[in-house]
Ligand binder design. Structure first.
Ligand code: SF4
Length: 183
């Protein structure tokens, strides 16, 4: 392979709980299995695609710990200090990602996609519920993912953003196959 041939190594950035379910929101009547291990179906599938993985921070756990009260997107937005916390985490994360990208010449590291978590007030890509009238909900990006996306764009990082659904773990596979078939 000549010196001028570009060699690329692809990486996915995953929401924290996809690799570590222990920090997910805890409820006393919930099965402990929801808070143990990792998102097995996704990780097994991704490992066959020959990509690297980086783990994003969990904004809710690092601000509120566990157990934490159930909160909607609006409630997290109003929670004192939470938006500042998300901003700080997003800036640090983008700095780390930018270092990976700018310091890698051979192989060049490419951040192919960010994978968030469906319906999460913080980490959903486009399925966080916001109540706009007393009886009407809309689906939006989560608070942390929204800031992360804007900070990444500011640094000219423009990966795809996909949602993983813990209730339907197979759903994302089609999107990932499409993504990899374009590479
Ligand atoms: S979805 Fe985001 S905020 Fe919720 S547990 Fe996972 S990483 Fe934390």
């Amino acid at each position: 392979m000549s010196e001028s041939t570009e060699i690329v190594s692809k990486v996915l950035a995953l929401s924290h709980c996809l690799l570590n379910k222990s920090i997910r929101w805890w409820q006393n009547n919930k099965s402990i299995e929801k808070n143990r291990g990792l998102a097995t179906q996704l990780i097994e599938f991704v490992s066959r695609l020959n990509v690297g993985i980086i783990q994003l921070p969990c904004p809710e756990f690092t601000h509120c710990g566990n157990p934490r009260p159930p909160r909607t997107k609006d409630e997290y937005e109003m929670l004192p200090g939470f938006m500042e916390h998300c901003n700080k985490l997003a800036r640090l994360t983008v700095e780390q990602i930018k270092t990976l990208v700018t310091m890698s010449r051979r192989p060049r590291i490419e951040i192919l996609a960010v994978i968030g978590v469906k319906r999460s007030p913080s980490c959903a890509v486009n399925s966080a519920i916001r109540r706009i009238f007393s009886n009407k909900n809309v689906e939006e990006e989560g608070l942390f993912i929204g800031i992360l996306r804007r900070e990444m764009l500011r640094e000219n990082l423009n990966p795809q953003f996909l949602d993983f659904d813990f209730d339907n773990p197979e759903e994302i596979k089609g999107d990932l196959i499409k993504l990899f078939s374009k590479c």
